[in-house]
Design a protein around this ligand. Structure first.
Ligand code: ZN
Length: 91
């Protein structure tokens, strides 16, 4: 992605699949599940350091830390009816 695209859409670029935040957390997909923040959906993220996969509110992606190795908040469920091993929220 070009820097120009980021400037043009500053609110949305961090939720696109393939986006990597400063903590090495990679956006995999929008799950379409309702998140816990107002108006948010849950995104499936993967950690590029340890490989952990978990769910996160879209609004948290930019500053998300890995819950497995970087002291991040526990992940959210990212599939209907399936809870992440470290999920703190139950739908
Ligand atoms: Zn990790």
């Amino acid at each position: 992605m070009s820097a120009r695209a980021i400037r043009r859409n500053p609110a949305g670029y961090s939720t696109r699949p393939g986006y990597v935040n400063p903590r090495g957390q990679v956006v995999i997909r929008n799950t379409g599940l309702r998140g816990t923040d107002r108006g948010q959906t849950v995104y499936q993220l993967g950690c590029s350091v340890c490989g952990h996969v978990y769910g996160s509110n879209g609004s948290d992606i930019f500053e998300r830390r890995c819950p497995m190795h970087d002291h991040g908040r526990p992940g959210m469920p990212y599939e209907e009816g399936i809870l992440a091993a470290d999920a703190e929220y139950v739908r």
